[in-house]
Design a binder for this molecule. Structure first.
Ligand SMILES: CC(C)(COP(=O)(O)OP(=O)(O)OC[C@H]1O[C@@H](n2cnc3c(N)ncnc32)[C@H](O)[C@@H]1OP(=O)(O)O)[C@@H](O)C(=O)NCCC(=O)NCCS
Length: 172
């Protein structure tokens, strides 16, 4: 899967990023995580990546997954955990556009996101998903995730959450 590139978004990605956002909204998944027009969002992503964040946020990388010039998905890689992320959100969030699913892209996005955390000195990543999200739990298990527990979700999303710890070092 070496043809999938996980990289920060650019001005040229605007149209596809908004298309992906509309498609993933149907799954109740928030693809874009910043405010304002596209240029303002890129600026917010840049600030978050260098840790210029409010007290209740952690540094994170917003990365688009690109295959043959097309945005197929995205990852949010949080450099550390706060209380909310430790309980529910985890280090890494990802989504793949519906028309590009079942091709191994989520697995590759998670693999590259884990490598990014490894670079940052995080040895084990917490990755969570809804208990009934078979595609996501299989993705996490394929990347070496070990189930820690299954916990009630936050008030605004009461579905049970599966919490996995995943080693970030590349498989030997
Ligand atoms: C969950 C999601 C990321 C999976 O993306 P994907 O690119 O299709 O996943 P992959 O192709 O890498 O598949 C990984 C594994 O999950 C399995 N899988 C993927 N979708 C599945 C589904 N709907 N049902 C059952 N198994 C599924 C694949 O078969 C594969 O397992 P295998 O190698 O043992 O066969 C994608 O469906 C998605 O974006 N959903 C909406 C957003 C979301 O739920 N994000 C995760 C939040 S925690």
């Amino acid at each position: 899967m070496s043809d999938l590139v996980l990289r920060p978004p650019t001005l040229d990605d605007e149209r596809e990023a908004y298309a992906a956002s509309a498609e993933l909204a149907a799954d109740g998944f928030q693809f874009l995580l910043a405010d304002g027009d596209w240029a303002a969002q890129l600026e917010q992503f840049r600030r978050e990546a260098v840790g210029d964040v409010p007290a209740d946020r952690v540094p994170c990388d917003f990365l688009v997954a690109v295959v043959d010039g097309t945005v197929v998905g995205r990852a949010s890689v949080r450099h550390e955990l706060n209380d909310w992320l430790l309980r529910w959100g985890g280090h890494i969030g990802y989504g793949v556009r519906p028309q590009f699913r079942r091709r191994g892209y989520a697995t590759e996005i998670l693999r590259q996101s884990l490598a990014r955390l490894h670079e940052l000195g995080v040895e084990k990543a917490l990755v969570t998903c809804d208990d009934d999200n078979v595609g996501s739990s299989r993705t996490i298990e394929r990347c070496g995730g070990v189930l820690e527990d299954v916990v009630p979700g936050p008030d605004d999303s009461p579905a049970l959450k599966r919490r996995y710890w995943v080693p970030t070092a590349p498989a030997a």
